[in-house]
Structure formats: C-alpha cells, structure tokens
Design a protein around this ligand. Structure first.
Ligand code: FAD
Length: 566
C-alpha cells in the first residue's frame, strides 16, 4: 500500500507523466541520502533540485493548464502523486513546488493574457513562483492588508508595503501579490498583481524560518505596477485569493502521506531489528499495537486523499462537494500525519533524534502541514458550514468514478464566487457505511455516527454554544470523523482494500470518536443532556486478535523493504 521507490511504477499515468515521476524519484535516489541529510542540516538552498526540475521541464509540464498551452494540462491526480514523492524526500522540496502552485493560482484565474503568457514562459524557463498574501501583523485576517497601491495617473499604481512568510520570495520569477488601493474603501479596493522578485523596488529582507526552504519577508517600495501587471481587482481579487488557497491546500494531505511513508520504513526497520533482552522490540505487544495503529492510520490518510482527488477533478459550478473534502484533506489528513509520526516515535525513541535519519526531519516537518494554508481551527470552522446539509439533506448525484484520466482540471481556475457554502448538497453518506455494515468496527462507528445525528436533532448546540468556537470545534471534530470514514470506505471499495485492514482503520475511528466525545463531555458549556450523550457514546472498538495479527504481518513486512540509496 505504501510508495516504495524500489518498486515504483506509476502505470496509471500516461508515458510522459510516468517518465517525469520516475525521473524525479531517480534524481533523489541517485543524489542519495547523505546529500539529502547534509543539505537539510546545513539549510542549503536546493538549487540542484530546481536545476533538475528546470532541465526536465517538471513544473512547466505539471503546472501549465491547457488554457495557457493546449499541449499541457493541470491534472490533479498526477499533481497529488508528485506531492507524495516530494514529501517522501522532504518538506522543503515539496514547499518550493507548493508555493509555485500558489503563485500561479491568481495568474491562471486571471483574464490578463500578458501575465498568463509571461507565467507560462517563466515556467518553461524553469522559474519558480511565489504567493504574497500573508503579512506579519495580520495572520489569517486577510481582509486587512497594508500593501497599498497608489494610482499613478496612467492606469497603473505604485505599490508599497511588506509581506511575511512568503515562500520562494528569494528567487521567484513571478510573485502574485495581494494589496488594496489607497483611493477605494472596502472590498472594491482589493488588487492582485504580478511582481518580479528581481526588480529594484523589490527588497528581500530575510528568510524568516530556520530551514532549507526560503520563507521570505520582502518589501515593495514604490514598486511600479503597470496596468498589464494587474491580475484581479475588487471582490474578484479576494475570491482569487480564497480560490487559490483552495487549489493549494489540497496538496498538503499527500505531502503529509509521503513524509509518513518514508519515516515508516525507517521506524519499522529499526524496531524490527532492535534486539532487547534477547528479543526484537517488535515482540512487545504495545510496540505492535502502536505500529499497527500508525500503519492503519497512514493507509486511511492515503485512501481519503485519493478519493478526494476524484471529487476535486469532478467539481463544477453544480457540484461543489470538493469544498468540504478539501478542508478535510487539509486539517484531518495532516493531523493524522502527526499522530502517525508520534506513534512511531514512541517506539523508536532515541533513534528518532539521530541526525542521519530521515525520521528526525519528518518529526519536525510533519508539524508544519496542519498550520499552513489556514490552521486546523480555520479549516474546522469551514467544515462546520457543511454539516447540516451533509448529514440531513442528501441529494442525488451521478456516481463519481476514479479520476486518473489525462484531463485538464479547468474548473479549478473558474471556481467563481467563494460564497454559498451552506447551500452545497452531498450524496448520502450512509450509502458507503451501509455497503460495509458487515465489518464489526464500521458497524460500531456507524452507531456513533447515527447517535451524533440524534444529538444534533435532540440537543443541538444552543445559540450561546454556537457563538462558542471552542465548543463548536469539538462538534466539528466529531463530524469530520464521519466524513473521513465515508471517503475511506468509498476508496477502499474502488481499490479492493482487504476487510481486515479496513476494520483495523475503523477500530481507530471508533476510538477517535470516543476521545472527542470525552472532550465534548469536559467542555464548560456542554449541557447535562449533551454530557450524558457524550458518555453514552464512548464506545469500545470490536477487538479481534486474528485481524490485528494479519495487519501486523503487513507492517512487519515493511522492515528492510526500503532504505534510501546512501
Ligand atoms: C513555513 C510557512 C510558510 C508559509 N508560506 C506562505 C506563503 O508562501 N504565502 C503566504 O501568503 N503565506 C504563507 N504562510 C502564512 C500562513 O498561511 C499563515 O501562517 C496562516 O495563514 C496562519 O496565520 P498565522 O500563523 O499568523 O496565525 P494567526 O492568523 O495569527 O492565528 C492565531 C490563532 O487564531 C486562530 N484563528 C485565526 N482566524 C481564525 C478563524 N477565522 N476561525 C478560527 N480560528 C482562527 C488560528 O487558528 C490560530 O490558532 C506561511 C507560513 C509558514 C509558517
């Protein structure tokens, strides 16, 4: 189930895609683990990786939509694949590609043909891009921006202000910058424009992080923004920011999967070969349990992310279900990634600190993903907007097949206004659960999910509780588990995941539901009725030693299955 460079054959894709994916893996393996580790420790900018990508036309091939070059396509399935590979070798390599995607978002959504042509040319020349939205003092509050554009009287502006936490800001050929006009109040004043990091009025201040990747602070001082540099104005500029984040944040789940996969090969191999008191560490039942749990959670992350790709690619103005599944990939898959690393680190202990492991980098980097492109809170608050329709008002949709076809995902750059989330309808979540009702832990989790619906019908959050985000976010965590389980089941059916493994995944989901119910029980504003509900729904998973042993055998087989070329 896990990506393994030794046996990797992306046969699901067309020949040019296969060749580029394989070439990327080969480049990392040939360069070897020592270089990977040394450059990480030295915080050396990965110019050699970017040279490889430029030489192969990797970013140009994967990130130019058909609307900019009919010979190319924006294909989320293969983009997801590359996320996983780059995450597997390190967050920094993934990040430079990720912020290139973000930087291109406002451009590919723009009707400004001159900038679109410039971006396509820069990509073809091997440049990376940047996305200048965040500012030091404003965090998630992107309504507030102090990047001020003053009209120059000739249809353009001069821009002055600072941006903070901007990836690739040291080298980007094109930086998409968000600001507002000095002469227009409110949303009508927003502007997205294209800047060049090599321009004299662009001042690179510093790298704000202690890492190989470059997360810049930069300052524009009377930067000339010509009319032909303007990408979006008014509300459309704000929508372009949100829609770009929609496209960009989808990449974090598969990056997280890649990081966990590499770490898992190291962790299992170490634990299986570590002999204490004359026996392998993996003979301890708690070690087996933790590694089995980590594996089941990692497989669930993969299943959810892969199925979310299908909804992403099938999205249209009439089918916006991706707007729920997307923040789910962001907050749920990436926080599961943290749990996977934590479970393994408990087992490998001191080994996880060693400088020459991938693991010690993974243990740090996995923490970043839940915090980028909106925090867990922000995404959970978003998820809550869909809860009513998702649980109680299912609608008919044509079945969504697996989407690995070589199509251009044009809708992602025509998402339109970011409003109206509460009106989006979903297909019935119960269908996927019904089809797996024979699995004991799916059935048990389904009881918890049904009880959750009952809670919302009989003891719904009061007006005061709805204003208490701390309480609501716990409700959101319980809800998120139901959505997570649904797509895991759908993907398991499409790909024939075996019943033991699936039941093991739901063993974890039953425990997670119980843990969040316990949290809800403890909240200050929880009512007596809600607290009683919470306790009644702290349920035990259905234990099955034979099933656990079969899943453990899969985990044990990872020992020695992969070690990066030295
Ligand atoms: C390594 C790194 C790379 C980055 N790269 C880029 C980049 O290339 N381009 C770019 O534009 N930005 C980038 N960012 C910025 C990133 O998107 C922000 O960190 C993120 O938007 C959150 O802002 P903040 O960290 O300042 O948190 P704050 O906004 O200060 O949030 C503080 C707390 O309030 C909570 N909170 C805030 N708003 C809400 C809400 N509406 N609902 C519920 N809770 C809320 C948050 O969850 C958090 O707990 C990067 C950040 C990092 C760390």
């Amino acid at each position: 189930m896990l990506f393994n460079p030794r046996t990797y054959d992306p046969a699901q894709f067309d020949e040019p895609t296969r060749r580029l994916l394989r070439a990327t893996v080969d480049w990392f393996e040939t360069r070897g683990k020592k270089a990977l580790i040394d450059t990480y420790i030295d915080r050396a900018w990965y110019a050699d990786f970017l040279e490889f990508a430029a030489r192969e036309g990797l970013f140009a091939e994967f990130l130019t939509p058909s609307s900019a070059d009919p010979a190319k396509r924006w294909d989320t399935a293969r983009i997801a694949e590359l996320n996983e590979i780059l995450g597997f070798y390190g967050l920094g390599y993934w990040y430079t590609w990720q912020v290139t995607i973000l930087g291109l978002g406002p451009v590919w959504q723009s009707e400004n043909e001159a900038v679109r042509a410039r971006a396509a040319r820069l990509l073809a020349e091997g440049h990376v891009m940047a996305f200048g939205l965040s500012e030091r003092t404003h965090g998630a509050d992107i309504y507030s921006t102090d990047m001020i554009l003053t009209p120059d009287g000739e249809g353009g502006f001069t821009a002055s202000g600072s941006k903070y936490y901007i990836g690739n800001g040291n080298v980007a050929g094109l930086v998409s910058v968000f600001g507002r006009r000095s002469d227009v109040e409110g949303p009508e004043g927003y502007v997205f424009f294209a800047a060049d990091s090599r321009h004299d009025a662009y001042h690179l201040v510093k790298n704000v992080v202690n890492a190989q990747m470059y997360v810049s602070e930069f300052r524009l001082e009377d930067y000339p923004v010509r009319a032909e540099d303007v990408l979006h104005t008014g509300q459309a500029a704000f929508d372009a920011a949100l829609n770009t984040v929609n496209v960009g944040k989808f990449n974090l789940c598969t990056a997280s999967v890649g990081i966990c996969e590499h770490a898992m090969y190291e962790a299992v191999t170490h634990a299986r070969n570590r002999v204490l008191y004359g026996r392998p560490v993996t003979d301890f039942p708690h070690v087996r349990r933790e590694l089995t749990d980590a594996y089941a959670r990692l497989v669930a992350m993969k299943l959810f992310s892969a199925r979310a790709v299908d909804y992403f690619r099938t999205a249209s103005a009439e089918d916006r279900r991706y707007l729920l599944f997307n923040p789910m990939t962001k907050m749920k898959v990436t926080t599961e990634g943290e749990k996977v690393i934590d479970l393994m680190w408990d087992v490998i202990a001191a080994k996880g600190f060693e400088a020459d492991t991938y693991f010690d980098k993974a243990a740090k980097d996995i923490r970043g993903l839940p915090k980028l492109e909106g925090t867990v809170h922000v995404n959970l608050a978003l998820i809550l907007k869909f809860m009513g329709n998702y649980l109680f008002a299912p609608a008919d949709y044509a079945p969504v097949p697996t989407r690995l076809d070589a199509a251009d995902d044009a809708f992602l750059f025509q998402q339109g206004p970011a409003r109206g989330l509460g009106a989006i309808r979903f297909h019935d979540w119960r269908t996927a659960y019904d089809r797996h009702a024979q699995l004991p832990n799916v059935a048990r989790f389904r009881e918890q999910a049904d009880a959750f619906c009952e809670l919302l019908l009989k003891n719904a959050p009061s007006k005061e509780q709805q204003a208490d985000l701390d309480f609501l976010l716990e409700i959101g965590q319980l809800f998120a588990l139901i959505v997570y389980g649904q797509l895991v089941l759908e993907q398991a059916e499409l790909t024939g995941v075996d019943a033991d493994l699936l039941d093991q995944i739901f063993d974890a989901l039953v425990r997670d539901f119980s843990a969040h119910a316990t949290e809800l029980h403890g909240k200050a504003s929880t009512t007596e009725e809600q607290a009683a509900w919470a306790l009644a729904n702290v349920r035990r998973p259905v234990a099955d030693a034979e099933r656990a042993a079969k899943v453990w055998a899969r985990v044990e087989a990872l020992s020695g299955a992969y070690e990066m070329q030295p």
